[in-house]
Design a protein around this ligand. Sequence first.
Ligand code: HEM
Ligand SMILES: *[C@@H]1O[C@H](CO)[C@@H](O)[C@H](O)[C@H]1NC(C)=O
Ligand SMILES: *[C@@H]1O[C@H](CO)[C@@H](O)[C@H](O)[C@H]1NC(C)=O
Ligand SMILES: *[C@@H]1O[C@H](CO)[C@@H](O)[C@H](O)[C@H]1NC(C)=O
Ligand SMILES: *[C@@H]1O[C@H](CO)[C@@H](O)[C@H](O)[C@H]1NC(C)=O
Length: 333
Amino acid sequence: MKDIMLVVQTAVLATAFSSVLMMQHACAQTLSSSFYEYSCPTVAAIVEGVVQQAVQAETRMAASLLRLHFHDCFVHGCDGSVLLDDTFTVTGEKTALPNNNSLRGFEVVDNIKTAVESVCNATVSCADILALAANASVTLVGGPSWTVLLGRRDATSPASVSEVNSALPNPNSDMTTIINQFAAVGLTVQDTVVLSGAHTIGQARCVSFNSRLYNFSGTGSPDPSINPSYLQTLQNTCPQGANANALSPLDVSTGTVFDNAYYTNLQVNEGLLLSDQELTSDSNTAPLAATYAGSQSAFFSAFGQSIVKMGNISPLTGAQGEIRQNCRLVNAA
Ligand code: HEM
Ligand SMILES: *[C@@H]1O[C@H](CO)[C@@H](O)[C@H](O)[C@H]1NC(C)=O
Ligand SMILES: *[C@@H]1O[C@H](CO)[C@@H](O)[C@H](O)[C@H]1NC(C)=O
Ligand SMILES: *[C@@H]1O[C@H](CO)[C@@H](O)[C@H](O)[C@H]1NC(C)=O
Ligand SMILES: *[C@@H]1O[C@H](CO)[C@@H](O)[C@H](O)[C@H]1NC(C)=O
């Protein structure tokens, strides 16, 4: 009799225990703006301080840090995996085609991490640092701020090179392909149009768009959708078969300010990447692109909403992953 009671009790306890675990799991899924309220209340100010110094030294750094958050989140979720260096045994994400010789800002992230660790040791993830740095960067160059949700943890391994290549959009893809890549991480057509507006700051290398300049899709001629005087400017920067790494602003009119000029440029066929200009030729995206060309405030409020959604892509939470001590390396086993 006693034995039976024990068995029953154990079963009840086990059920209760596993539902507590499930609840914890469910709760742990949700990021929160107050995650570091007690454990590191000054984290946002620390990040802002280092980002401000970096952007003062080089305005483009605001763009580079924003892009790191995007490339982190799209590949296996916002888990800091983009920051991992290659090791002898594991090839990281940094040298995959969309990132190699293109992603930048890693030293600034190191500086932020050092500053954060000196105040709140082993507490703030590298993935959260990227989310905070994106908000700090955008606001420093004139853009909107948003409520940064926190509580992500860091991956203990990078995604594979093939995952990076399939998750990150290629600038020469058609808009349907790009929309499908956004949909694959839970983002809508509107999010696609809005987040593309990040190209209101930063620069691109000739290799990223020179397929438009001379022999577009094997036609022997430039992409007819490029404004002729803008084409001339781009051909001067990127002569055929040369200067592959020369840079052009993604927003030709106000390339260092976060505003809605990216969309007004598109209206006059001055989008730099094919994926930018296609926003006005695809019937799914053209009306939205026109809306943001007409209203900076509509763009700013939509950008805040869409980037929070992007920051929610498959985070590691709770006891998953780790808080990396050095953003470039997984913690020693
Ligand atoms: C819609 C699909 C997208 C495509 C095809 C795309 C592609 C690119 C390419 C090819 C570059 C230039 C890279 C180089 O030449 O080195 C670039 C730069 C950049 N991208 Fe995107 N991107 C997309 C969406 C986004 C999103 C969603 C964000 C952020 C929310 C973003 C932020 C940036 C920024 C800020 C830069 C400039 C970085 C710098 O100057 O260091 N992009 N992107
Ligand atoms: C976002 O940026 C704004 C402007 O710099 C700042 O006031 C706010 O504290 C930032 N939010 C977070 C959570 O970092
Ligand atoms: C990355 O770029 C470096 C320097 O240009 C090059 O040597 C290397 O082969 C590239 N790596 C990959 C995987 O493409
Ligand atoms: C920071 O935390 C790590 C991991 O818990 C620990 O190994 C290290 O000694 C701590 N450093 C300081 C200065 O407290
Ligand atoms: C353009 O590209 C196509 C296909 O790659 C090629 O057959 C053609 O010779 C090229 N034309 C010129 C003018 O380079």
